[in-house]
Design a protein around this ligand. Structure first.
Ligand SMILES: [Zn+2]
Length: 250
């Protein structure tokens, strides 16, 4: 049985049998990993508090050939999120992020860039929970970009001309932009220069810097997030944020 060791984020856990739990990790080297933590429900479990949601841990596990569910051998805490996770807004944002990762990333398909981006978002949000809307947008946009689903908003999709700053643009149903000269119908929704600026800045700066840049632009952040959610819903085939909100309220 091969033994693996990799840094991971704890995304989700649920009860199995009497004393065991199933834990879903997002790992740096193996992507999404689902494993059984034997005895994790016992009071004096060897796993202690390491399996709390959104902990950053060093995970060691065994994997039998062809079997998706691995056996968790050891989990060491790298960074706890315990204090932030008691904030309902933090919990809501990162549970949604965990759902997105589980929907987008196939099991055992590693993406180190996606891992590092997710970890950077988690670290920034743990420092201060004021920028959660910005972190959510940052994550959504990079998830789409790394998956190859992000539309190119730097140019008009019809005439392929580079859109300049402060130029009004309209969004087609396929989420691509057209300039004012190419727009054939009035029914397209418009994308403001401010929305475009925020869209481009996500792709240039780190999560803490992005929180700082957008702290007076919460409205724009929320508007853009709503557009990206529509793209995500189309890719995944269902609205994960809506499902989460319904689950929280029921
Ligand atoms: Zn054009």
């Amino acid at each position: 049985m091969p033994l693996h060791e990799t840094e991971s984020l704890v995304l989700k856990s649920y009860n199995l049998a009497e004393a065991d739990r199933i834990v879903v990790f997002f790992s740096r080297e193996q992507g999404i990993v689902r494993g059984v933590a034997k005895g994790a429900k016992r009071l004096k479990s060897k796993f202690g508090s390491t399996l709390e949601l959104f902990s950053t841990v060093n995970l060691t596990y065994f994997q039998k050939e062809e079997r998706e569910l691995v056996t968790i051998q050891q989990v060491e805490m790298v960074r706890s999120c315990f204090s932030s996770a008691s904030d309902p807004e933090f919990l809501h944002t990162f549970s949604y992020i965990a759902d997105l990762l589980m929907a987008f990333v196939p099991p055992h398909d590693p993406s180190e860039t996606l891992y590092r981006m997710t970890r950077a978002c988690l670290d920034a949000a743990s420092e201060s929970t004021d920028g959660l809307a910005a972190i959510r947008l940052y994550f959504e946009l990079w998830l789409l970009r790394l998956g190859g689903y992000l539309p190119d908003w730097s140019r008009c999709d019809e005439c392929e001309r580079q859109l300049t700053n402060n130029e009004p643009a309209s969004m087609r149903a396929d989420f691509h932009l057209v300039c004012d000269n190419c727009r054939r119908t009035r029914r397209l929704s418009s994308v403001s220069p401010l929305q475009l600026e925020v869209f481009h800045s996500v792709q240039k700066v780190s999560p803490p810097k992005f929180i700082e840049l957008t702290n007076t632009r919460t409205e724009t952040v929320i508007e853009l997030s709503a557009i990206l959610r529509r793209i995500i819903t189309q890719v995944v085939g269902r609205d994960l944020m809506n499902e989460r909100t319904l689950a929280v309220n029921s």
